[in-house]
Design a protein around this ligand. Structure first.
Ligand SMILES: Cc1cc2nc3c(=O)[nH]c(=O)nc-3n(C[C@H](O)[C@H](O)[C@H](O)COP(=O)(O)OP(=O)(O)OC[C@H]3O[C@@H](n4cnc5c(N)ncnc54)[C@H](O)[C@@H]3O)c2cc1C
Length: 440
């Protein structure tokens, strides 16, 4: 490809999440601002929040306004175009992405059905909950995939606390019960965060509720231990910490059905609950199934080569949770923010090479371990696995600091040092003047 053709090239990225937004920002900074490449991000939402923070929004310990990124402003500052809308199809012959009409809350059309031409397409559309066909999940369980889900959960949690307060008799009969299905990182983090924030909400004057007696959080896991994807030592430490927090953990417990006010297990037990959250596994979005004849696996992920190009079209790449990328004998690269981040960094270097007709390097996943947050003062996890060949298990304040630094690194990739420092200071000041938990 000549220099002139390279400079005209259009890179379209669909999905502005952990992987897609970092990629658009970095490509925009280096090539978009100077007009060397045309970078377009197509995203169905207007604002972005890092998904691993959703459990904190749900529990009310994080103010979403202080952390959300406005896509339009980000695109303006970083040299890429942002187009709001939901991708509904791809025409591989014409090299076009089809985007559905975008409607406002009252159903009025904001943008019509549109198509976008590309020379290179990157799909980074993430994942969604997998209920494995369990009856009642769609109707009765909440999920934690989007900002809207997290906000809805928070509202219901505060309402449940107020209801428990209003209905308590002097004998204290009303309880607030939460059941979380799935003790992976999302379920464990939500349980720990909720334990703390429900106690805080109650402390703001809901004195008819006795937090020790009236709040019950149950974590239900089908595997024989919590955090089944992490090393066994991490699970053991986590179970000890959850017990200390007063969270009930049921392992080897398979869910048969979810009802409006209960979770039924296959062994006949019933767990009563006002709030039920389903956090038991993910799959790529259903619309990817057979999209434009691209190869997908049984959980709808796009199968990619080691270069992250889809197997049936070298001009279409996939990254993050929606990509099935081999990790050798260990199966596929796990659906984690660190994988999405690494793959975005890899494509940042490789896409210009692709456009210049140069051979591409293979992507290799480097596992730096996993950290799971257990509330304000503690975290647990294994780190440095890729560096020293074995896992070191950490717990407590140090692990918590490591956990927080992951988010800072992501923010740094999006905003740079000055803005991250100023934002951090602003949040510290706000924390001194506002309640530590969101009360509405
Ligand atoms: C509650 C929770 C806690 C988590 N905690 C951790 C953690 O502690 N550590 C960790 O490593 N990982 C964690 N994860 C997983 C991590 O968030 C994901 O692995 C990561 O976000 C994947 O990045 P991604 O870019 O592939 O997708 P996402 O970040 O999910 O972004 C996908 C984007 O695509 C957009 N999109 C989807 N479909 C379309 C469409 N048709 N058209 C246009 N746009 C579309 C979505 O709106 C979204 O913005 C957690 C996930 C959750 C839900």
């Amino acid at each position: 490809m000549s220099k002139r053709q390279f400079e005209k090239s259009r890179i379209v990225i669909v999905g502005g999440g952990a992987g897609g937004l970092e990629l658009a920002t970095r490509l925009g900074d280096k090539y978009g601002r100077k007009g060397k490449l045309e970078i377009t991000l197509i995203e169905q939402n207007r604002t972005y929040v890092w998904k691993p923070k959703l459990h904190e929004i749900a529990a009310g310990s994080m103010d979403i306004g202080a952390h959300e990124v406005d896509y339009l402003a980000q695109s303006y500052w970083h040299g890429f175009r942002y187009r709001v809308g939901e991708m509904i199809g791809i025409d591989r012959d014409r090299r076009q992405v089809q985007v559905a009409p975008h409607l406002d809350a009252e159903g009025r059309e904001v943008t019509p059905k549109r198509t976008f031409d590309y020379d290179v397409l990157v799909l980074a559309v993430g994942s969604q909950n997998n209920d494995f066909g369990t009856p009642g999940v769609a109707d009765h369980a909440m999920k934690l995939e989007t900002q809207a889900d997290a906000r809805l959960f928070h509202e219901r949690m505060v309402n449940a606390c107020i209801r428990a307060h209003a209905q308590s008799s002097p004998l204290g009969v009303h309880q607030l019960k939460v059941a979380i299905v799935g003790a992976g990182a999302t379920g464990v983090e939500l349980a720990a965060e909720l334990q703390r924030t429900t106690h805080e909400v109650v402390a703001y004057g809901l004195d008819q509720v006795d937090p020790q007696k009236d709040i019950r959080i149950t974590l239900i896991e089908a595997a024989e231990r919590v955090l089944p994807a992490l090393p066994e030592r991490v699970s053991k430490e986590t179970e000890k910490l959850l017990a200390r927090l007063g969270i009930e953990v049921l392992v080897g417990a398979k869910v048969a059905e979810v009802g409006a006010d209960r979770v039924s297990l296959t062994d006949g037990r019933t767990i009563p609950a006002e709030l039920i959250v389903w956090a038991a596994g993910v799959k790529a979005p259903d619309f990817l199934q057979d999209i434009a004849g691209l190869e997908t696996n049984r959980i709808n992920q796009l199968v990619v080569r080691p270069t992250l190009q889809t197997t049936r079209d070298a001009g279409i790449f996939a990254i993050g949770d929606c990509a099935a990328c081999s990790w050798g004998e260990r199966g596929n690269v796990p659906p984690r923010a660190q994988a999405a981040h690494q793959q975005a960094a890899h494509l940042f270097c490789q896409l210009p090479r692709f456009l210049q007709g140069k051979p591409l390097d293979a992507y290799r996943y480097r596992d730096f371990g996993s950290l799971v947050s257990l509330g304000e003062f503690s975290a647990v996890g294994s780190i440095l696995g890729a560096l020293i060949g074995s896992n070191l298990v950490f717990e407590g304040m140090f692990a918590r600091m490591m956990y927080l630094s992951l988010y800072k690194m992501h923010e740094y990739a999006l905003h740079g040092l000055v803005k991250v420092t100023l934002n951090t200071l602003a949040r510290l000041i706000n924390r001194r003047t506002e309640p530590h938990v969101k009360l509405h």
